[in-house]
Write a protein that binds this ligand. Structure first.
Ligand SMILES: Nc1nc2c(ncn2[C@@H]2O[C@H](COP(=O)(O)OP(=O)(O)OP(=O)(O)O)[C@@H](O)[C@H]2O)c(=O)[nH]1
Ligand SMILES: [Mg+2]
Length: 451
């Protein structure tokens, strides 16, 4: 890791300015070799210098160079940043010169990886940086910023400290049973502490669901029999004629996706093939796909045709989605009603049509209600938002449940301590305290080049 890396950090394309970043022990030397005006090896840290980049005797560009010495830098190594003119040729030429002066091309995420490995940021903060770069809405940005700023790490760190305290107490009891004044850890005390930690974990997991929704959006799948108007509903929701609409049942065969921003939350809407028995092989594949989409979604919109009575297939679909968050959209309310609402007891129903757009606002409002979007948008953002972090915390919850069982079953404390220790390690994994090298490599590869 001691070699010097360089990369273009701005987006690749024509722009007014491009920034080339160099990090590592030889970064100042490498740039100084091709820079004329000031000797960069002698300048103070965190200063900016005007001058020219040279290839031998030829001037390549007029630039501003920032010199930042270790350790007060993003990677904690010496960093040099060159602001050059943004043409593709100029930028590549300057980068090539740095590369032939002792640096190598950085891999995606390598700067952040160094910041992590050198202890400048933890894993949650690193993931926050990636989210900040990818944020598409205000709420996504706020969520990411809380990770970058360390608030989320603190939340996990505090939980971890509580676990550590239990472990210390158990160890003291095991190692020095003869000291009477040392708090004697009883199972009841462990039980009380574990209960507290369980409720905190549950709370974080619950709130993190919202954060996940902020980050990943609400995956919404539109299902229903053929010709009820699913594709029309998709098109109206996303305000774009994306899916083909015809009066021929079985028009949509493959899935069609679009997205819409509802008060900062992205609704990813998926239109599917109308579900029916069919002998058409291609259509059948589409129908299977529609059914598979159900399990993988956060919300199902079942579309019915107001003009037709509820069919056996509709009821079957309703049964299939009974464990999903769902809304029944009764479309074509411009036509005469033939729906018997008694068959839809306890369902959230919205009537509308895609000709005058009646009911579409009501549909959006129902979605907002169902996911508490108003509340999410004004919430505290200090929760986990990333699948890796949430997955680990879910394992922590499983271990807590195991510990509760063990406590009930009179398992000896030193055995229970093994599970408590595992929780401590898992929480460490979230912030990257104990990490697996392969995972770290994979994770940082997902970063963009230059970050
Ligand atoms: N009267 C009326 N007709 C509608 C409405 N919405 C859609 N339609 C018509 O219903 C027909 C089917 O619409 P689609 O949106 O293609 O229906 P679908 O459910 O996607 O159909 P498949 O893709 O075949 O499963 C088209 O002729 C639409 O113009 C509505 O609100 N009122
Ligand atoms: Mg369709």
């Amino acid at each position: 890791m001691n070699d010097t890396i360089a990369v273009i950090s701005t987006s690749l394309g024509v722009g007014a300015i491009s920034i080339i970043r160099v990090s590592g022990a030889d970064s100042i030397k490498a740039v100084n070799n091709i820079f004329k005006k000031t000797d960069l090896t002698l300048v103070q840290s965190h200063t900016i210098h005007y001058g020219h980049i040279y290839d031998g005797e030829e001037i390549i560009d007029e630039v501003l160079v920032s010199v930042m010495r270790s350790p007060k830098t993003f990677t904690m190594e010496d960093i040099v940043e060159i602001n050059c003119h943004g043409g593709i040729n100029t930028t590549n030429k300057v980068l090539a010169l740095i590369l032939s002066n002792g640096a190598r091309l950085a891999e995606p995420g390598e700067f952040s990886k160094r910041a992590f490995l050198n202890g400048r940021i933890d894993l949650v903060e690193a993931e926050g940086i990636m989210d900040l770069i990818n944020a598409k809405t205000d709420v996504m940005r706020k969520l990411a910023l809380n990770q970058v700023g360390g608030n989320v790490s603190k939340l996990i760190g505090n939980l971890r400290n509580e676990i550590r305290d239990i472990l210390i107490n158990i160890d003291v009891n095991i190692d020095y049973p003869e000291y009477e004044d040392i708090l004697v850890i009883t199972k009841e005390m462990i039980a009380t502490n574990i209960k507290k930690i369980k409720s905190q974990t549950l709370h974080i997991l619950r709130e993190s669901e919202n954060s996940k929704i902020i980050k990943e959006g609400i995956k919404t799948v539109i299902i229903g029999r053929p010709n009820v108007g699913k594709s029309s509903v998709l098109n109206r929701l996303i305000d774009e004629d994306k899916a083909i609409v015809t009066n021929i049942p079985g028009t949509t065969r493959d899935i069609v996706e679009g997205s819409v921003n509802i008060d900062g939350i992205i609704l990813n809407v998926i239109d599917t093939a109308g579900i029916r028995e069919t002998t058409d092989f291609v259509e059948q594949l589409g129908v299977n796909k529609s059914i598979n989409m159900i399990d993988d979604s956060n919300l199902v919109i079942l579309v019915l045709n107001n003009n037709e009575s509820i069919a056996k297939e509709d009821l079957e679909l309703l049964r299939k989605i009974k464990h999903n968050k769902r809304i029944i959209f009764i479309n074509k309310d411009d036509l005469e009603t033939n729906i018997k609402e008694e068959l839809l007891k306890d369902e959230t129903i919205v009537y509308g049509n895609t000709i005058s757009d009646n009911g579409l606002n009501a549909l959006t409002e129902k979605i907002k209600e169902l996911f508490n979007i108003d509340q999410i948008a004004t919430n505290d953002y200090t929760y986990l938002s990333n699948a890796r972090q949430i997955g680990i915390l879910a394992s922590v919850l499983e271990l807590i449940k195991d510990i509760e069982e063990s406590l009930k079953n009179e398992i000896p404390i030193d055995i229970i301590a093994i599970d408590i220790k595992k929780i401590w390690e898992l929480l460490g994994e979230i912030i990257g305290e104990n990490y697996n090298e392969e995972l770290i490599d994979e994770l940082f590869k997902q970063f963009c080049l230059g970050k």
